[in-house]
Design a protein around this ligand. Sequence first.
Ligand code: FES
Length: 95
Amino acid sequence: MSRDLRMDGVLRPPEITFTFAGQPISARQGETIAMALWVAGQKALRNSSKDGAPRGVLCNMGICYECLVRIEGAPVRACMVLATEGLNVEPGGKS
Ligand code: FES
């Protein structure tokens, strides 16, 4: 889905696309992976190792580690990393 640069009188940064679990996700330059996924309706980013329950953004400021995803196999906090064009993001797995 394409969003206008000017929406409700607000000038928005250019749109980029990255993937989450192989699915294309639209974002704006300067948005974190977490917020881009939230806007796209993707709230579950990994599963709990205890009971497999879906986990996602909780604090949105890098403290809780509930938003772990993987980039090139490495775990990262989705709320602390900016989305960039062509980035391949995978769910964080169980942790
Ligand atoms: S939501 Fe808490 S560290 Fe990302």
